[in-house]
Write a protein that binds this ligand. Sequence first.
Ligand SMILES: NC(=O)c1ccc[n+]([C@@H]2O[C@H](COP(=O)([O-])OP(=O)(O)OC[C@H]3O[C@@H](n4cnc5c(N)ncnc54)[C@H](OP(=O)(O)O)[C@@H]3O)[C@@H](O)[C@H]2O)c1
Length: 321
Amino acid sequence: MTRSAVNPPGQLLVIGGGYTGQRFAQAARARFGMPVLLTSRQAKAAPGRGQAGFHWLVFNPDSSADPSAAEPSPTGPSAADLAGTTHVLVALPPERSGRDPALEHLGPILHQLPLQWLGYLSTTGVYGDCGGAWVDETAPCLTTLGRSQARRTAEQGWQASGLPVQIFRLPAIYGPHRSPFKALGAGESRLIHKHGQVFSRVHVDDIVGALLHCLEQPADGRPAVVNVVDNCPCPSSETLGFAAHLLGCKLPPAERFEAIAESMSPMALSFWADNRRASNSLLCEGLRYQLRYPSYREGYRACLAEELAGAQSGESAGSLT
Ligand SMILES: NC(=O)c1ccc[n+]([C@@H]2O[C@H](COP(=O)([O-])OP(=O)(O)OC[C@H]3O[C@@H](n4cnc5c(N)ncnc54)[C@H](OP(=O)(O)O)[C@@H]3O)[C@@H](O)[C@H]2O)c1
């Protein structure tokens, strides 16, 4: 079979320029040198004053968040603002209803663009509770949690859009400045243990690496859905223990989940409701992506090094604003 050629990106649009979106934007620009547009709900930098090659656009589907707006109405980029975009990363959560603000408000413009690839960041939460079993992309999405059902609806919306969509299902994201170290150092962590419970996770730079790896593949070689997770699902008490070891600080006292469940918020409880081991065999064996951080052990060491380096230079590492 002849594979379609892969053209280098002409322009990247990141809808939802948050933690992962910015990290991806920086890495993609470093690799391909193309201009990058990012969206945020608030104006971030006056045009031309952002970091060279990066341009912030306001995308706010509910402009009532903007106190200066007379009436709530969506604010977003025009077709002219997005002209020339070839690659898109969607990195924002859906509404509770499952409607995706980006698809709803920007979909008509996206359809006019010469798009080669649109990556959509989803979650492994769509699989639901698997009783701790391994789960890959062929598994049915049986979640009963409201927010994961909304996410599945959003995935389906993108899949039905006719755009060149590739879905990436993510577990808990960690990375520099999204690590356990600050809370541990401040004595704000909790060491909670629930028998048999594991969590999957991934370092943000492996999300970035996997996205770049996939967008560089010919369109006919890209799987529709890819889990991006590390090799090491494990209890949160194990990862917190390792983080405390790296910091050289004491762990908080262990608490049994059953003893404190009643006092937990519904949101906190929902994170403990699902138990699964998300598999990366499609990404790592099928697509031959090599993880930079196969487990939290390498990942946490790298986070701590980057956080300490940032503290010494007085900078928040990786921010484009
Ligand atoms: N964090 C995790 O552990 C995790 C796990 C699995 C999946 N995910 C998903 O992966 C994606 C990236 O996660 P992240 O942690 O990097 O995200 P993040 O840092 O929270 O950034 C989210 C971005 O989306 C924008 N945004 C949020 N709601 C919006 C709305 N209604 N309309 C327009 N823009 C909106 C935010 O705008 P502002 O800049 O104005 O705030 C921000 O730029 C998200 O879809 C997230 O749900 C996250």
